[in-house]
Design a protein around this ligand. Structure first.
Ligand SMILES: [Mg+2]
Length: 253
């Protein structure tokens, strides 16, 4: 008979695990680009140089996306560092638009400040605050994200003594390194840690390969049996029930 494994730590993906990310990304993407287009146009007019074509007219959002893809292909180590890719792509576009290097850098930096402001307007699921508060009393908690939300900028950040930005480590999930970094900083072993995430490829597979337990947030009804150690949840609010069930004697068998 297998002995119960007592979990020490929990690691959490952020986007689409603790909040729905789609709408905030849409608003962030369009919002910061529109802000850049409008404020740049005012700046140009105030300098007596009203543009013949506005920035976003010459380079619509699609052109910005294409530049990021080109940069990611040219700098594969940076492919997961979305903040860097965005700022570099903006600089490149702004210089193509006619700004000199210093102005392009300043405007790209200002646009990224705006981007980050909007990017952090996430609305965590209503249960998340009390959930993390309760879990933090029993487990060590870490966040591991490929995205560019800095959890320390949100009220939820107080629950996470360890926050791993995988893209900035140049090792985006499914690379095992952000998981190993979190485990090392938590002082937890993989077998006694459970990772919570929505992506099969970026959360479930790499965490399981390291020997972690996994809670897979996947609201799609699917009766396919899952490998041992992987537990499907409709929503992160179901996590306490899962943790209670894992205390049973067959956990880890
Ligand atoms: Mg996610």
């Amino acid at each position: 008979m297998c002995a119960a494994i007592r979990l020490q730590a929990l690691t959490f993906d952020l986007d689409d695990t603790l909040w729905d990310n789609h709408q905030v990304m849409v608003e962030t993407e369009t919002g910061h680009y529109a802000w850049l287009d409008e404020t740049l146009e005012v700046w140009q007019r105030n300098r007596g140089r009203a543009p013949v074509r506005r920035f976003a007219e010459r380079f619509p959002l699609k052109a910005f996306l294409d530049r990021r893809r080109e940069l990611a292909a040219a700098y594969p180590l940076r492919r997961g560092d979305f903040t860097w890719l965005r700022e570099q792509a903006l600089q490149w576009l702004l210089q193509d638009y006619g700004l000199d290097g210093d102005d392009a850098r300043s405007w790209a930096s200002a646009a990224m400040d705006r981007f980050m402001l909007l990017r952090h307007q996430v609305t965590p699921h209503p249960e998340v605050e009390s959930l993390l508060s309760m879990l933090g009393q029993h487990y060590r908690l870490a966040s591991i994200t490929n995205g560019n939300v800095d959890i320390r900028r949100l009220p939820l950040g107080r629950h996470f003594p360890v926050a791993i930005a995988a893209g900035e480590l140049l090792a985006p999930k499914p690379d095992p390194r952000p998981f190993l970094a979190a485990l090392a900083r938590l002082g937890a072993s993989p077998a006694r840690t459970l990772h919570v995430g929505d992506s099969w490829r970026e959360d479930v597979e790499p965490a399981r390969r390291l020997g972690m337990q996994v809670a897979w947030i996947s609201p799609h009804i699917d009766d396919t049996p899952l490998p041992a150690g992987i537990h499907r949840l409709d929503h992160v609010r179901e996590l306490p029930e899962l943790l209670r069930s894992l205390v049973g004697p067959r956990q880890g068998c």
